[in-house]
Design a protein around this ligand. Structure first.
Ligand SMILES: C[S@@+](CC[C@H](N)C(=O)[O-])C[C@H]1O[C@@H](n2cnc3c(N)ncnc32)[C@H](O)[C@@H]1O
Length: 416
């Protein structure tokens, strides 16, 4: 039986808490009230009006320069079989990330259900759904209807096939839900126009490991946020996972280079790292065998501000390390089942995914400490240092849809 090391991750050098936030904030030098010149310039360029939707109504004119590159990358990404996946250097990291998503989905499905009347439908949009890695989570959540969309046609087709197979297999034992699928660029196109029913009310919108692609430009960010918000019912949630720009900038400063990383991930900046722009702060991201394409920093205060404009209020933002700490008491069984942590030391004759030595020094230290306190543990659950450095680049967020009312001048405004 594995002992789970709840503070194993605190000991890795890259996840050092609040300091990281400060470095990133300085790097961005953003004054929320007075957008600095570059922001103003971009706003002028896209003719942004403070009224909801003004700039996104012009989205057809813009052309996300990088979205085609991203689509091509995901369209050509090979679907690896189980055997290959088991051999991957980032096997545990992928499972860990999947566990994070499971806990997040579970938490918000539960919240949504608390406010639903008995028997009322629960409808979900999985924006940038990929190959459908979260289908099982939706099934377990007992939802009624799912909309799946992604820019990569190949992924959407795999997602549809996976859904068909899943339903055929589990029909008798698991709750069924209806689903629709279409390929579409969520940063350029209005999703509502593609839904079977454009008047649909959604309870939950999920965008996992993908929202950051929209920070290529302000109109794209607005388009994606509007897509997330406009069909959500008041009280419904928009949840997601994105790289934490503060943490990325902190590591960039530490490395004193445009390129940094380890043997599982690398980041190669393609913009001014002294004063990264609010939109289009581009870097190439490489994650061993899974991702290799341009991404954009998401300046969180800007996201919060834009989201408010579309009636979304921030309710939760946690870095993966903090979210893990909060969730592990109730998610311990699941993380073990999903193999989201690696057992250290390896079982007899087994190999550790990160090789031996310094990749597990934190776990060994923890075990030594436990032993010195008279609580020896034979084995602990952990991630190799490099995998944890990749996982701890990310954060989870949740926004709640506010209620729209009209003021005496006939202008819409959002209230809690
Ligand atoms: C890292 S994958 C995550 C997939 C899935 N959400 C998951 O968690 O397994 C990122 C996904 O975002 C999709 N994507 C990237 N840019 C997009 C865009 N502009 N519109 C829609 N989907 C996009 C990619 O095709 C890819 O499937």
């Amino acid at each position: 039986m594995t002992d789970f090391v709840e503070n194993t991750f605190e000991r890795t050098p890259q996840s050092s808490g609040e300091d990281a936030q400060d470095v990133g904030a300085v790097a961005h030098e953003v004054d929320e009230e007075k957008p600095r010149d570059s922001q103003k310039r971009k706003r002028d360029e896209s003719e942004v009006n403070e009224d909801e939707g003004e700039s996104v109504t012009k989205y057809k004119k813009i052309d996300g320069e990088h979205t085609k590159v991203v689509a091509k990358h995901y369209n050509t990404l090979e679907e690896k079989g189980l055997v290959e996946r088991n051999k991957s250097r980032i096997f545990y990291l992928r499972n860990f990330n999947n566990w994070i998503k499971s806990m997040l989905v579970n938490e918000y499905i539960t919240k949504v259900k608390e406010s639903l009347q008995m028997g009322a439908p629960l409808r979900v949009l999985d924006m940038c759904c990929g190959k459908g890695g979260d289908l099982l989570k939706w099934q377990k959540g007992g939802i009624s209807h799912l909309i799946c969309t992604d820019i990569a046609e190949v992924s959407i087709e795999q997602c549809r096939t996976r859904y068909d197979t899943m339903l055929a297999r589990t029909k008798r034992f698991a709750p069924e839900f209806t689903a629709e699928f279409f390929a579409c660029d969520s940063t350029l196109d209005r999703l509502r126009e593609r839904y079977r029913d454009a008047s649909i009310d959604l309870n939950l919108v999920s965008c996992q490991f993908a929202f950051h692609y929209c920070f290529e430009s302000l109109p794209q960010a607005e388009c994606m946020i509007r897509n997330a918000s406009e069909c959500l019912k008041p009280g419904g949630y928009f949840i997601g996972t994105i790289p934490d720009a503060n943490e990325i900038m902190r590591r960039q400063k530490l490395s004193d280079s445009h390129t940094f990383g380890n043997d599982v991930y690398s980041i190669d900046f393609q913009c001014d790292t002294e004063k990264p722009p609010l939109f289009g702060a581009k870097y190439n991201f490489h994650l061993e065998g899974v991702v290799d394409c341009p991404e954009f920093l998401v300046h969180f205060p800007t996201l919060v501000k834009l989201a408010r404009k579309f009636g979304l209020e921030l309710t939760m933002r946690e870095r993966f390390g903090d979210f893990y700490q909060r969730m592990i008491p109730r998610g311990r069984g699941l993380i073990e089942k999903m193999q989201g942590l690696e057992t250290y030391p390896a079982a007899r004759d087994g190999n550790l995914s990160g090789g031996d030595g310094h990749e597990y020094a934190h776990a060994q230290e923890y075990m030594d400490r436990q032993a010195s306190h008279g609580r020896p543990a034979k084995r602990v659950g952990t991630l190799s240092k490099s995998e944890w450095e990749a996982a701890s680049l990310y954060l989870v967020f949740a926004f709640r849809k506010m209620k729209k009312v009209w003021d005496k001048d006939g202008k819409p405004k959002y209230i809690q």
